[in-house]
Ligand binder design. Structure first.
Ligand code: NAP
Ligand code: GFB
Length: 325
């Protein structure tokens, strides 16, 4: 069965979280790379269109647009340090959003919903590489258990909507994402946008770039535009209810120190780089396998990391005044 469901007519796709890092990347692929097909309608929501933590507002925006398909990105999102501060809010806000969105989709008979988990929600004590079968195999890292459990419940929702109503709603599991329109907040954002913002200021002030933690943890990073291209494939052609990891390969994993060195190179930062080991390291590694993705898309090409980082840095410098920070 195609993901068109029984829709011979073109898709009407509602993208929740359409104004965020990933949402803006999907907008770029749809509007600048010819990602939409003839007759398709794409609607990108922000929280101004509806507070998806509110069930009535969520149902109203779904009834207004009557989507045939949904890419569900909206969430309370943040880096390690924001997660460590607000585990309760990450749990409650994301559970509200996810329950409202999936129930509204069911009520207006959306054919296909693609929601978003994250590679940071897997069990902290695990074997490597991590794969899609391990989502529920033990407690997540203590730094972000609120977000992690809320995200895992999406997978539980999808299984239950399939068993009880035959809904083929699915989810993807991206690794750490970066790119233009990211949240460059030094306190609340993720590591790459945080380091880009800090290096930009340090350059201007002639001060060292301070990297938090030891620099030894390891991460895989996916460029937001690559993730967006993969999202379109998942929406149109990925047939399963079970989640699929969307990540670069294990061999592309880098240390935080290597990531910082890449930011230094991309911004041509001339100052000293120092490490503040009084700050937390978070999860040491969460090495994910993209073997399942490769079985479906053996020839997909990821943008080389240094090129993607340069494009992101160039965007940040050019849009410094308006960037989220
Ligand atoms: P983001 O840049 O923070 O954007 C979040 C989006 O959700 C924004 O469009 C925001 O709207 C919307 N939103 C938040 N609360 C809302 C609410 N109560 N009602 C309606 N909309 C709300 O996040 P992102 O990095 O693009 O993440 C998108 C998805 O990818 C999330 O599900 C996230 O968990 C997942 N993910 C992200 C990463 C990563 O490294 N960034 C990694 C793995 C998975 P406003 O613009 O109006 O605030
Ligand atoms: O992207 P990040 O904040 O989150 O990366 P996680 C944290 C790692 O980068 C830690 C180091 O090892 C930090 O010590 N780091 C160094 C920095 N300098 C900085 C900096 O300036 N800012 C930040 N933020 N980190 C998150 C989860 O884990 O992954 C979220 O907590 C989310 O739930 C996200 O899923 C994708 O990769 O550690």
């Amino acid at each position: 069965m195609s993901n068109q469901g029984d829709h011979a007519s073109p898709m009407r796709v509602l993208v929740t979280g359409g104004s965020g890092l990933v949402g803006r990347a999907i907008q770029h692929v749809i509007k600048q790379e010819g990602g939409a097909k003839e007759g398709e309608e794409w609607i990108f929501l922000s929280s101004k269109d509806a507070n998806l933590m509110n069930a009535e507002e969520t149902l109203a925006v779904f009834r207004k647009h009557q989507p045939t398909h949904v890419i569900h990105l909206a969430a309370m999102v943040g880096g390690l340090f924001k997660n460590m501060k607000y585990n309760l809010d990450f749990w409650r806000n994301n559970v509200f959003i996810n329950d409202n969105v999936l129930q509204a989709a069911h009520e207006v008979s959306v054919a296909r919903v693609v929601s978003c988990l994250s590679t940071c929600i897997f069990p902290d004590k695990t074997t490597y590489p991590i794969d899609e079968t391990m989502v529920h195999n033990g407690p997540p890292h203590e730094s972000n258990y609120g977000y992690a459990y809320a995200k895992r419940m999406i997978d539980v929702h999808n299984r239950a909507y399939f068993e009880q109503y035959g809904r083929r709603y699915t989810s993807v599991i991206p690794t750490n994402v970066f790119g233009p329109h990211d949240n460059f907040s030094i306190e609340d954002g993720h590591v790459l946008p945080g380091l880009i913002h800090k290096a930009y200021i340090a350059q201007k002030e002639g001060k060292p770039l301070v990297v938090w933690g030891s620099g030894t943890p390891r991460r895989q990073f996916i460029y937001s535009l690559d993730l967006a291209r993969l999202f379109l494939w998942v929406l149109r052609d990925y047939p399963e209810v079970d989640p699929i990891i969307l990540s670069v390969g294990e061999e592309d994993e880098v240390s935080i120190k290597e990531a910082a060195d890449a930011v230094v190179q991309a911004l041509d930062f001339q100052g000293e780089v120092v490490f503040d080991s009084t700050k937390a390291d978070g999860q040491f590694k969460k090495t994910a396998s993209n073997a399942k993705l490769r079985r479906y898309l053996p020839d997909f090409n990821f943008t080389p990391f240094n090129q993607a980082l340069k494009e992101t840095c160039d965007w940040f410098v050019a849009n410094y005044d308006s960037a989220r920070k």
